[in-house]
Design a protein around this ligand. Structure first.
Ligand SMILES: [Zn+2]
Length: 188
């Protein structure tokens, strides 16, 4: 599938999920109707007027570096032995930067600085967007939380364990980091 086809399929899957979840009004329980204007992608409650738009849940994913090493961890969510980056949902009332620092603190028990935006990827399982960041280690000893994260470690580019497949933002971030290290070592 091309990138555009993937996006179209993702979008439809998210909207299907949203339609299924919004058949009845979350406020008064009446049956919802599509908005009068077809270009308004929304359901409206004919009784109380509540309007439901598609909701997207933001999650942050972070590539943490310590010198020329990267933080990878093994997560209970993944099958097998894939190692990946720190990731988690943004809490209500929290900035993306705060979510980055909190997730790293919770999952790895370390502090970071220089949080910088990398890019984002829609993640329709069911309706998320992954927002990628880079950050640099400041202090603390790696300590996996034991619940979500089973194992964590610092890896250099020549000794990476099994990492996520191409097509994921985690892989794109790791590839970008590896290329950057290649450029540095070629230039020296
Ligand atoms: Zn209602």
């Amino acid at each position: 599938m091309s990138h555009d086809e993937m996006l179209a399929v993702s979008r439809e899957a998210e909207l299907d999920e949203w339609r299924r979840d919004n058949r009845f009004c979350g406020r008064c329980g009446a049956e919802m109707k599509p908005h009068d204007k077809p270009e308004e992608r929304a359901f409206v409650c004919p009784l109380c007027g509540y309007t439901a738009y598609p909701k997207i849940s933001p999650a942050v994913i972070v590539l943490v570096t310590k010198g020329d090493k990267v933080l990878l961890q093994r997560n209970t969510h993944y099958q097998g032995v894939v190692w990946s980056l720190v990731a988690g949902f943004v809490d209500p009332g929290e900035s993306l930067e705060d979510a980055v620092c909190r997730e790293i603190r919770e999952e790895a028990s370390i502090e970071v600085k220089d949080v910088r935006y990398f890019g984002s990827q829609t993640w329709p399982f069911p309706s998320n967007i992954m927002i990628g960041f880079r950050a640099e280690y400041v202090s603390g000893e790696l300590k996996p939380d034991g619940e979500e994260v089973i194992e964590s470690g610092w890896f250099d580019r020549d000794h990476l364990p099994e990492i996520p497949r191409p097509g994921s933002i985690a892989r794109a971030m790791l590839d970008a980091w590896k290329n950057e290290i290649n450029l540095v070592s070629e230039g020296s």
